[in-house]
Design a protein around this ligand. Structure first.
Ligand code: AMP
Length: 540
């Protein structure tokens, strides 16, 4: 027997319709590429995203067509989020930090037919425009006054394009499983692969963004997603903010400590989200200037593991709660969030810190399990570790155009490529990326654990641990360190520091001081490059 409940499709357009109607005055504040701060309300977002849809239809765009963006977090990008998906086309957010040849590959693979770009990226796109085979036109996301002289062919100005439209478009209804947006993973090996989200997966994920044990976003928040809108849809925040009518602040291209501080302070931001590198810059600025964060209540840190010292600094020095989250582009991206349970409330701070520094707790909607090499499920005891598998209604079932073949097993499990422990309460701790684990004499050494420990040393700005070939042990750990400016630390001092914290056989064999470490386009340590660079390194 079927239930007698209406079958309304879960569509992205319903999010902006709701926000426009009930939170019309709530502000979206953007630091623009042109310079000034721009502000308006959800009612305007709703009208202008309708204009975007009308403009695209007038250009001949049809449902299912891919429309690319190369843009920072800002109000026009938000309008494209709703306008493109709302009409049934696919928003393809491209990461501008990728190499030009990767951008060409991605745009051609996706067969993007229009490309919307921020002013910042005009020179970059000019240099590759001829290679973008499917692109029929380029739209610079600015007004006539700021339109640059450009060699881009078939170029249009965003404000002129949408300005001609009425903004009365009635959002169409269609199957909720329809593709809504596309985001390529910045894989460290092989070509990037496209994750194709649906309207349904996006709306369900938004409920999670707004649930208290998810990101806890609500209509009484001011949220600033610093995580880019080209990185797993800014972790779903633009959609979640519309779902609950949260005020939203977009930092544009300026992510240095001072610029971020100014927005946090002036706009009274209560919740903000970014990868650890961004927080390092902010914390350094706060230290240097003595500024405080009186309005900020919660910081979400994800994308890579924050050092414990970072969590501690936010909480102890600035009174800001830290939520450590984990996820992947393939997971929309929320997988786990580090909220505490009732039973943890009275625990001593150190014990709460230990829980908080794990990658987070299972949330409803994401099934997690860890397995051994044969695929048998391992114990949820917080000790056993193995490949982490996930499944759920906002997790990818395959990559765009079938790249990479089948990615889920018969029961729907997707192998994240992470190695983790799970405890009985559902807290997950990543011990490593499967590729980064150091295999020393049959034992596994977690590079992440070592990095986390080293980062606790006040002289260390950033650290990476990689395995280098060893004749006897197969692999041994090598520690690469970027020192804090003006600080002198020796190799022996660092190794001694580690000897007090980890088992003897896990202590790296050597330390190399470097000026900087390589990162991927989403800010993660690029360990494949380090392994390549140091593959002939002679350990003492
Ligand atoms: P991406 O798809 O670019 O977001 O990358 C996803 C990967 O980033 C995950 O599979 C993890 O390896 C890593 N990652 C994400 N969040 C965390 C975290 N909190 N701690 C450690 N690694 C993380």
């Amino acid at each position: 027997m079927k239930g007698l409940i209406q079958d309304q499709p879960l569509l992205i357009s319903s999010l902006i319709s709701y926000a426009g109607l009930y939170h019309g005055e709530v502000e979206i504040v953007s630091r623009t590429v042109e310079g000034p701060i721009h502000r308006y309300g959800y009612r305007e977002v709703q009208r202008r995203s309708r204009q975007v849809a009308e403009a695209l239809l007038s250009l001949g765009v049809k449902p299912g067509d891919r429309i690319a963006t190369l843009a920072w977090n800002g109000f026009r990008h938000l309008e494209l989020y709703f306008g493109i998906s709302g009409l049934g086309a696919v928003l393809h957010t491209i990461n501008p930090r990728l190499f030009p040849e990767q951008i060409v590959y991605i745009a051609n693979h996706a067969e993007d037919i229009y490309l919307f770009l921020d002013l910042t990226f005009v020179p970059q796109v000019e240099s590759i425009a001829q290679e973008l085979k499917s692109v029929k036109g380029f739209v610079v996301m600015t007004d006539e006054e700021h339109m640059p002289r450009t060699s881009l062919p078939r170029v249009m100005c965003y404000e002129s394009l949408i300005g001609e439209q009425k903004g009365e478009y009635a959002w169409p209804k269609f199957d909720e499983q329809t593709a809504s947006s596309l985001c390529y993973t910045s894989g460290t090996t092989g070509n990037p692969k496209g994750v194709l989200y649906s309207h349904r997966s996006t709306v369900l994920h938004s409920y999670c963004v707004c649930s208290v044990d998810g990101l806890g976003l609500s209509g009484s928040d001011t949220v600033m997603p610093i995580v880019p809108m080209f990185h797993a849809n800014a972790w779903g925040n633009p959609y979640g903010a519309a779902m609950c009518g949260a005020k939203m602040v977009f930092p544009g291209e300026k992510m240095d400590g001072q610029s971020i501080f100014e927005l946090l302070d002036q706009e009274k931001v209560t919740l903000t989200l970014a990868v650890p590198t961004v927080w390092l810059m902010l914390l350094q600025y706060l230290r240097e200037t003595g500024r405080k964060l009186p309005f900020l209540k919660r910081v979400v840190i994800g994308g890579s593991a924050p050092p414990k010292s970072m969590i501690r600094t936010f909480e102890e020095e600035y009174g800001v709660q830290v939520y450590h989250g984990w996820g992947m582009t393939e997971m929309s991206p929320l997988g786990t969030v580090g909220n505490l349970k009732l039973k943890h409330q009275g625990l001593p701070y150190e014990e709460r810190m230990n829980i908080k520094s794990k990658q987070g707790r299972a949330i409803y909607g994401v099934d997690l399990k860890i397995v051994d090499a044969q695929g048998n499920e391992l114990a949820r005891d917080g000790k056993a570790f193995g490949p982490l598998l996930v499944r759920g209604p906002w997790i990818a079932s395959g990559y765009f155009k079938g790249e990479g073949g089948g990615i889920i097993d018969d029961e729907g499990w997707f192998d994240t490529g992470d190695v983790a422990t799970l405890d009985p309460d559902g807290y997950m701790q990543i011990t490593d990326r499967a590729k980064d684990v150091i295999k020393s004499g049959g034992e596994w050494i977690s590079s992440i654990d070592l990095e986390n420990d080293v980062m606790g040393h006040p002289g260390v700005a950033e650290a990476a641990v990689i395995g280098v070939p060893h004749p006897k042990w197969d692999e041994r750990p090598l520690l690469l360190v970027v020192r804090n400016e003006g600080v002198e630390i020796s190799k022996e001092e660092l190794l001694d520091y580690l000897r007090k914290r980890v088992a003897k056989w896990q202590v790296p064999d050597d330390v190399v001081f470097v000026d900087e470490l390589p990162h991927t386009a989403t800010g993660k340590l690029l360990k494949s490059k380090l392994r390549e660079d140091y593959k002939n390194f002679k350990l003492p």
